[in-house]
Write a protein that binds this ligand. Structure first.
Ligand code: ADP
Length: 379
């Protein structure tokens, strides 16, 4: 038999509805502040005028102060600089933030001039769904000095190892190449020749990978040696096209140049300008099955635009957004029949940033791609 539940006596509920709401609000506020205070990261809520509204204990630790931060600006408490040691206008950065952004390249300078690397995340707070009014910002900061130095050590390690591997790889490549020639001349078993050719391909690929890794680690450490000098773009592009004509011919592809007669000398790093164009040219040859590759250069006011145009396999729209990502390679089987690391364009983008050059890409699948880069004088 189901027993009827006893009605709860109204008398027993001594807390009124509004008291209850107030109590639960206080409780959740208490929980929230306990949560924020127990966080290891510095959390600072900034109002729409750039002043601190709320902060936790970790913020006091990070800024190394023991004062009330309310209503103060971060710039009044601490000094923040970027990786080039230029001062960062942190209030302006915060107030201009429209969507959550993160940065791992800022540094905090203490009164005794000691510096730490910090991670900074800035998130605007919306007052309500769809509201455009700012409800202030939440800034999260973390000391990442240790992580950064580990990253630097890793990059240094990659750089040293890749440098040391270059010589043995070059020697192996030379020997395998010679052995293939001898085997061909002596008409040895075709199976042996095939194996030697496969070994040679892999050694070449290894060399390419080591080169990409070495440039990448140097670029990430900001340790690239940028020597600026006037570059004769006419000569540089003609030389490059000539160097790659055999490789193109082996695939029945014609490589040609189309150079503006008004090309000016470009003040930049010849080494990296060359590397960037070379990366586009090698890709154009690699990912073209038939047709041609054209390297075009146009003088546009004070900048030089170089376009590498191919009639190759093309890049699908969704892949176009990813080709500059680290280790990205298209799933297209025509990509996969070629060796590759997926690092070339990532490195190219890094170099372009250093050269203050702008890259653009247009491509139609099965018709071809055009990689363009606009170089400007560096000094
Ligand atoms: P890798 O060539 O070593 O794979 P890259 O970073 O140079 O690495 O290129 C990334 C990817 O972009 C390639 O794997 C390929 O899918 C695509 N890609 C680059 N250049 C071209 C091109 N000219 N035509 C078609 N696809 C290309």
């Amino acid at each position: 038999m189901i027993q009827k539940k006893k009605p709860v006596s109204k008398k027993k509920t001594t807390i009124s509805k509004s008291d209850k709401t107030a109590d639960s609000t206080a409780l959740s506020q208490h929980r929230l502040s306990a949560l924020v205070n127990s966080m290891a990261d510095a959390v600072v809520a900034i109002d729409e005028k750039g002043k601190i509204a709320v902060y936790n204990g970790a913020a006091l630790d990070l800024f190394d102060v023991n004062i009330d931060l309310s209503n103060k600006k971060i710039s009044q408490i601490t000094k923040i600089i970027d990786k080039d040691s230029k001062p960062v206008d942190i209030e302006m950065l915060i107030l201009q933030t429209k969507i959550q952004t993160t940065n791992r390249d800022m540094r905090l300078v203490y009164a005794d001039d000691s510096v730490i690397n910090i991670y900074v995340s800035i998130a605007p707070v919306r007052v309500g769904y769809g509201e455009s009014d700012s409800g202030g910002f939440v800034v999260l900061m973390r000391d990442i000095t240790k992580e950064k130095s580990l990253e630097e050590e890793r990059d240094e390690f990659i750089s040293v190892v890749s440098h040391e591997l270059r010589t043995p790889i070059a020697i192996t490549e030379g020997n395998v190449s010679n052995a293939t020639l001898v085997a061909q001349k002596k008409s040895l078993d075709p199976q042996i020749i095939q194996m030697l050719e496969a070994a040679h391909d892999q050694v070449l690929f290894l060399g390419e990978m080591i080169n990409d890794l070495a440039t990448l680690s140097r670029a990430e450490r900001g340790a690239l040696n940028v020597e600026i000098a006037p570059i004769n773009m006419f000569d540089l592009i003609n030389k490059l096209a000539k160097e790659y004509s055999d490789e193109a011919q082996a695939k029945n592809i014609k490589i040609s140049t189309d150079l503006d007669p008004h090309l000016r000398l470009l003040n930049s790093s010849e080494l990296y300008v060359r590397e960037v164009i070379q990366n586009f040219v090698t890709n154009a040859i690699k990912y073209t099955e038939k047709g041609k590759v054209v390297v075009r250069a146009i003088q546009k006011d004070s900048s030089t635009v170089v376009e590498v145009i191919d009639s190759g396999i093309g890049i699908s729209k969704p892949d176009q957004e990813k080709v500059f990502d680290k280790f990205f390679r298209s799933e297209d089987y025509r990509t996969r029949v070629n060796n590759g690391t997926g690092l070339g364009l990532y490195v190219t983008m890094k170099l372009a940033k250093i050269l203050r050059a702008k890259i653009s890409l247009s491509s139609v699948i099965n018709q071809g791609s055009t990689f363009s880069i606009e170089f400007s004088d560096l000094s």
